[in-house]
Structures are given as structure tokens and as C-alpha cells.
Design a protein around this ligand. Sequence first.
Ligand code: UDP
Ligand code: MG
Length: 316
Amino acid sequence: MQASPVVSLVVPFYNEGAAVEAFFETIASTLASINTVAFEIVCIDDGSKDDTLIRLLAASRSDPRVKIIELSRNFGKEAALTAGLDAAVGDAVIPMDADLQDPPGLIIKMIEKWRLGADVVLARRIDRHSDSIAKRGTANLFYKIHNRVSHVEIPNNVGDFRLMNRASVDALKLLPERQRFMKGMFAWIGFRTEVLDYTRPARAAGSSKFTGWKLWNFALEGFTSFSSVPLRIWTYIGSFSTLLTLVYLIFIVTRTLIYGIDVPGYASLLVSILFFGSLQLLSVGILGEYIGRIYTESKQRPVYIVRQIYGGSREP
Ligand code: UDP
Ligand code: MG
């Protein structure tokens, strides 16, 4: 018993009451087909307002491998994942979504690759037909821009679903940031990585927790966490417009000297005031994005707060 390695599944749940049973049914049958490793299922209840916790507790009663971490409120998926990674004790850890959009069948292949020597096994979506066209388009745009401006390349169409060995999980835990852009952090740590391709199915139950606005903020988090290009770009825009202004200045002074004062100029004056005014506001806004993040980091608050842990030795 002692010899077989343990793999921890880390699953965040936020208002997934409708998906809990389906999840455990599918997972149980998948895990039953793997007998070379032992499993631990770390479920994080990310402050759900529905009956997710009650259903999770019911599942843990019939399956001793289930461990539940109840957070004190909704901290967001990234924080929930962090809580799960901190609590997982396995020799390898697999974060996956509760809605079965990460096909459990892939777990078998991941473990195979891991046992053959890979440190990290990524699952890459080759077909996102289950996502809306808008979501696919914006996701593509995000990867394109992000990988242009950041020195850490996020592999295209790779989510949080992956296998990480103990060494890479421990490396991840060394990253102290409060604002956790997991995709970027996963990529930042490096390690020997292999890729598996899969087709992403539609959600098993319920609806996506990520609305357009949440995704936009998520993308901002990505840019600001792993790139200072948005800050530096203003040096170049500033230099360029200074140069342009200088040229125009020389032109207008010379013209005035030669042809005398030319009173009209209301339009060009207004346009340049408005243009540079908004350019300055924009750059101040971007500065603000970074300063806001420095502010949150400097408070050094914990990433998540645990209300209670159920399962394992702490069963009440
Ligand atoms: N999730 C979470 N906290 C949140 C939002 C989502 O723990 O604040 C979980 C959710 O329960 C699910 C996973 O993160 O297990 C992915 O969420 P979702 O399926 O809504 O995202 P999508 O697949 O649409 O990207
Ligand atoms: Mg989903």
C-alpha cells in the first residue's frame, strides 16, 4: 500500500450544486480503472451560496478519498485552486474543473506520461466548439497579445487542467503574489513539460461562472502580472509625440516669422488639447492599474481564508 504513489485531484466548486453528483459518478468510474496509483480528491467550496457544500459532504461520507476545504467566502477560482494546491499531499497534483469540461479520461494518459518522466503534463484544447464564437475570438486575441508583450509564454488553449509533479507544485507554492494569474504562474515555473490534445466538451450542468466583464479583468490581470510593456510603451509614445511636436513647432514658428501672425487655428488647438489630454488620462489609467496592484500586494493579505476542513483525519 505504502509504495503506490498518490495523485491529488484539486477541484474548485462555486455554486456547482447541480454538477456535484455527476462529477463524482464520472470520476469514481475513471479512478476505478486506474490501479497503479492511489487517489485523493481535494474539493474546494469557494463560498458557494447553493447546496454545493451539503452535496460535497454527502459525497465525502461515501468516499474516504474526498477532502473538502470550505473557504470563508467566494475568493475566485485562482484563490480556490491555490487553497487546493496547498492542501494536496499527492506525489502529483491534477487541478480540474467541477463541470466535467476537463475530460476525466485524460487523467489516465497524464499519469502514464508522468510515470515516463514528465514533470508537467498539459492538456491542450484542440477544438473549442463548445465555447461561443466571441469567447473563442477574445481568448485567441488574449493569447496573441499576451505572448507578444510578456516574457513568459502561455501555451495557447491550455487551461488549468494539467498534471504537476511534487517538485513543480512546490515551486509554484514559492510564488508569493496575492493576485494569482495561475495560467501565467504555471508557465513561469517551467519544468519538463509534455502536451496532450483533447476536445473540450460543453458543461455537464449549470452555466459558466465567467462573464464577459470577469474575463476582461482576468485578461488585465494576465497582462499586468507578467509584463511591464504597458508601462514602458508610454516612454516611446511620449518620445514620438515630443518629436512630432518639435517638428510642428519649428514649422509654425518659421511660418509666423515669415508670414506674420495667423489668427485662425481654433480647430487644431482644440484637437491637440483633446488628443493629448486623453492620451495623458489613458497613461495615468494604466499607471493606476499597476499601482493598484502594488497596493494590494503590499497589504500582504492571505490569498484565501479557510472556514473549515472536512474529510480525512479532521472529520467532525
Ligand atoms: N469557480 C470557482 N470560483 C469562482 C468561479 C468559478 O471555484 O469564483 C470554479 C467553478 O466551480 C468551476 C471552475 O472554477 O469548477 C471553472 O468555472 P467555469 O466552468 O464557470 O469556467 P469556464 O469553464 O466557463 O471557463
Ligand atoms: Mg467550465
